[in-house]
Design a binder for this molecule. Structure first.
Ligand code: TYD
Length: 142
């Protein structure tokens, strides 16, 4: 484990309830719920059980992911190839991913809309798309 992967954590957003007890909306509050200033938002949709997105690490970007609709899973793999799977199976559940973690998003339900918030503008040069290179960069830092 390294200092980045140690900081991966699930987040819980607070649901508001109607008088009948049903959940009706969800508030995600910047800096209270999201541990960074949001610079970019994108959605991953139209996925299925076979699709795997991600498969990269980011040198600078941190992310919060949550399913506003449907469900998906996030696998975080460390430099020793140990991994942890996080279930995004409710709209009030999010995951925080710091920079320099290898992640894969998969097992999308048909109705999955995965929201992704990040602290950086898109910059393809901060993506590490080879797992071996990711391990090498972490080793250099250690
Ligand atoms: P990619 O990072 O591979 O997506 P994912 O993390 O979901 O697997 O990006 C897919 C393509 O979209 C790639 O050509 C870059 C482009 N892209 C942008 O232009 N802006 C963005 O904010 C993102 C996330 C991707």
């Amino acid at each position: 484990m390294n200092k980045y992967v140690e900081n991966v954590r699930m987040l819980q957003f607070s649901n508001a309830r109607k008088e009948d007890g049903k959940e009706c909306f969800l508030a995600v509050e910047g800096l209270k719920d999201i541990p960074f200033e949001i610079k970019r938002i994108f959605y991953i949709f139209g996925g299925d059980r076979e699709l795997v997105r991600g498969k990269h690490a980011n040198r600078k970007s941190q992310f919060v992911l949550f399913n506003v609709s449907g469900t998906s899973k996030v696998k975080v793999i460390d430099e020793n190839r140990n991994y942890q799977v996080y279930n995004l199976d409710a709209p009030n559940k999010g995951i925080f991913l710091p920079e320099m973690v290898w992640k894969e998003m998969y097992d999308f339900s048909e109705d999955s809309i995965l929201m992704v918030l990040t602290n950086e503008y898109y910059d393809s040069t901060e993506y590490i798309r080879s797992f071996d290179e990711f391990v090498e960069e972490l080793k250099k830092e250690a």
